[in-house]
Design a binder for this molecule. Structure first.
Ligand code: GRF
Length: 219
């Protein structure tokens, strides 16, 4: 049920939406003091749109190919966010680079989740990159979005061990399992005002940030 006293959050998606589902479940279970007021997808076939519909959350599809530029697409996103009085934006598997049109509308108010321990393995196929490199630990990171891809100040990270016989699918499953609780904790920290700007300009979570330990099995 709508609760106007809660922080209004929009979630931007492009695909399955399991991280969106984790956020929805957390709001229903009072683990997240936020109201998800809008879901935006740039893909009509994103299963995340069905998750939003099942949870009675307003959802819109803005197919990026219908816009003449990234800026025009971002302007359409900002219009939707403004119409819903959105305060924080979460990228949960949103596979688009954004421009200053969106960044300037929500300065230090956009959160992204990425399946590696940043700054290692930014960009696409982070899980494949980690396997190819042979790292013994990888994981996932939640960070503020800036103009540079996957480079904004880190809010929280969760460590996942790699196994010698891992495939992208097996490692990806364990990273995904680690992403869901991490994203909920980091969004909760954001909407409850626990992010502070440090003297060096980085945002960190008060009391040292959110770090969760090695997780070697899917749960
Ligand atoms: C996640 O692995 C996230 O880190 C990356 O895209 C994936 C989205 O998964 N940015 P889902 O759509 O939330 O299931």
């Amino acid at each position: 049920m709508a609760n106007s006293s809660k922080t209004k959050v929009a979630v931007l998606v492009s695909g399955n939406g399991s991280n969106l589902q984790a956020l929805i479940d957390a709001t229903h279970q009072d683990r997240l003091d936020a109201e998800i007021v809008l879901v935006i997808s740039n893909r009509a076939d994103a299963f995340a749109l069905q998750r939003a519909a099942s949870a009675n959350i307003p959802a819109v599809c803005l197919p990026h190919r219908e816009y003449p530029s990234r800026e025009a697409f971002d302007a359409a996103v900002v219009t939707q966010l403004r119409q819903h009085d959105v305060e924080w934006v979460v990228f949960a598997g949103f596979m688009r680079l954004v421009t200053h049109v969106l960044l300037d509308a929500y300065p230090e108010r956009i959160i992204n989740i990425h399946p590696s321990l940043l700054p290692a393995f930014p960009g696409t196929d982070a899980i494949g990159q980690a396997l190819d490199y042979g790292v013994k630990v990888t994981g996932c990171s939640v960070h503020l979005v800036t103009a540079d891809m996957d480079a904004g100040p880190i809010i929280g990270q969760s460590v996942v061990a790699t196994h010698a016989d891992d495939t992208p699918e097996t490692l990806g499953a364990r990273i995904h399992a680690a992403e869901h609780p991490l994203l909920v904790r980091c969004v909760q920290a954001a909407v409850t005002g626990q992010l502070q700007l440090t003297a060096r300009g980085a945002r960190r979570v008060v009391a040292g940030g959110i770090v969760t330990g090695v997780s070697s099995s899917a749960s």
